[in-house]
Design a protein around this ligand. Structure first.
Ligand SMILES: *Cc1c(COP(=O)(O)O)cnc(C)c1O
Length: 426
């Protein structure tokens, strides 16, 4: 595969952009090899500067659930653009977006738009603290909630102690109220409630953990969190930046039948534009300025072009429920075939997933939390990744990323990818 132009661009990029990337997950550091500079995308495919075509299993890390550059989304954006890019004043399209979200997600009574998932989570945490008048928050090891200071806690074995920063530049003071628990382990959460009575503002969780590969919640885990939060006057926040509008139209809260107090969105909600949102119970959302005393603002929040893209994609999802049936069916097919290949070649690796999210762990034990995910053989994944990308399969450049299916992926494309995997292990 010729990747000369990508090589030249990367040489220029590293001189003027840290690591040559505007988000570390785009770097190929964990897997080695040459990042591909993308020029265009259509349906389930990406095209790079050298004209190579890839079947895309990232989908911009989630947003492109109906495939890239959908003509309906494109037309709606083009129409909006003709009227200007931003006004900094209220618009009908924002009302339309909020009505649409509250219509399709029963647990959202009010919603505020922001510009990214990070902002959504940061704001939701502030609201939870303002509403409960408590400071401490509980997060789970291995769950990612964006790059806000208080949430960048790596959380080794610090179950019972306060968190330690997982990034330089995050003062201890910013994470001293961040407590960490073990995913899928209710006892670890119970313990934190015992040690911090009446102090925990919220428990934030990815209802399906999709930033340490894909780890699904064990039976009763999410309900257990709901019950514990209710009992302790603590808010339950579902970070649905990945699962929202993906597992089902009403996301993980609908899929698992659990009602969180607050939900955060990003990725799919913008249809490929930079959008995030947080919403939930009316009583809780009414603490947000200008009606409440929790301040949160944004110059470009609710941007009309971004709203139009997001609304159009959400309407397509709402009006075509068969999309979710196909994603489920294709996801199940992909995982079943993967497992068959592993059995056939006598490999101990594990396949996790749900709906359109899949992860092939180069690990021998079941992956149920951060610790078990960390046992994966990342060097083996790196070798596999490099083989796959050279065959035109664009997977996440890290063992701990999910593989995303979109509705544009055809059975033939999935089978081509499976054939490459089979060849790799054969
Ligand atoms: C991507 C992600 C975020 C952060 O969203 P950005 O738009 O990248 O800021 C937060 N939470 C989860 C679960 C995510 O996957």
């Amino acid at each position: 595969m010729n990747i000369e132009k990508s090589k030249e661009l990367f040489e220029r990029a590293v001189k003027v952009i840290p690591g040559g990337v505007n988000s570390p997950v785009r770097a190929f550091a964990p897997v080695g090899g040459q990042p591909r500079f993308i020029t265009k995308a259509k349906g389930s495919c990406l095209y790079d500067e050298d004209g190579n075509e890839y079947i895309d299993y990232i989908g911009s890390w989630g947003p492109m659930i109906i495939g890239h550059n959908d003509e309906r989304v494109l037309a709606a954006v083009q129409e909006q653009i003709m009227n200007g890019l931003s006004y900094g004043a209220v618009t009908a399209v924002e009302v339309e977006m909020a009505e649409l979200i509250t219509e399709i997600v029963p647990c959202i009574e009010m919603v505020r738009m922001v510009n990214s998932g990070t902002e959504a989570v940061m704001s939701a945490i502030r609201v939870a603290r303002g509403f409960t008048k408590r400071n401490k928050i509980v997060k789970f090891e291995g769950c990612y909630h964006g790059h806000a200071d208080a949430l960048l806690v790596k959380a080794g074995s610090g179950l019972m102690t306060a968190g330690t920063p997982g990034s330089a530049g995050v003062p201890e003071g910013c994470v001293k109220d961040t407590l960490t628990a073990t995913y899928n382990d209710l006892e670890s959460v119970e313990q934190l409630f015992k040690e911090n009575p009446d102090e925990i503002a919220c428990v934030i969780v990815e209802p399906v953990a999709a930033n340490m590969g894909v780890v699904t919640p064990k039976e009763g885990f999410l309900q257990g969190l709901r019950d514990m939060c209710t009992k302790n006057g603590t808010l339950l926040i579902f970070d649905e930046v990945i699962t929202g509008f993906r597992l089902k139209l009403d996301g993980a809260s609908g899929y698992f039948g659990i009602t969180p107090d607050l939900v955060t969105y990003g990725k799919i909600i913008g249809g490929g534009m930079p959008v995030g949102a947080y919403g939930g119970r009316r009583e809780v959302m009414e603490t947000v300025a200008p009606i409440g005393n929790v301040y949160q603002a944004g110059t470009l929040s609710g941007n009309p072009v971004a709203m139009r893209a997001g609304i159009t994609q959400l309407q397509i999802l709402r009006d075509n429920p068969d999309i979710y049936d196909r994603l489920e069916k294709n996801g199940e097919f992909f995982r079943a075939q993967l497992r068959e290949i592993l059995v056939k070649h006598n490999l101990p690796y594990k396949v996790n997933g749900i709906g359109s999210l899949t992860c092939l762990y180069f690990a021998e034990d079941e992956v149920v939390d951060y610790k078990s995910a960390q046992k994966s053989d990342t060097a083996a994944y790196a070798d596999y990744f490099r083989f796959m990308i050279d065959r035109g399969n664009y997977l996440g450049p890290s063992q701990f990323e999910a593989c995303f299916l979109s509705d544009a992926h055809t059975e033939a494309q999935i089978k081509k990818t499976l054939a490459d995997i089979e060849e790799y292990f054969g």
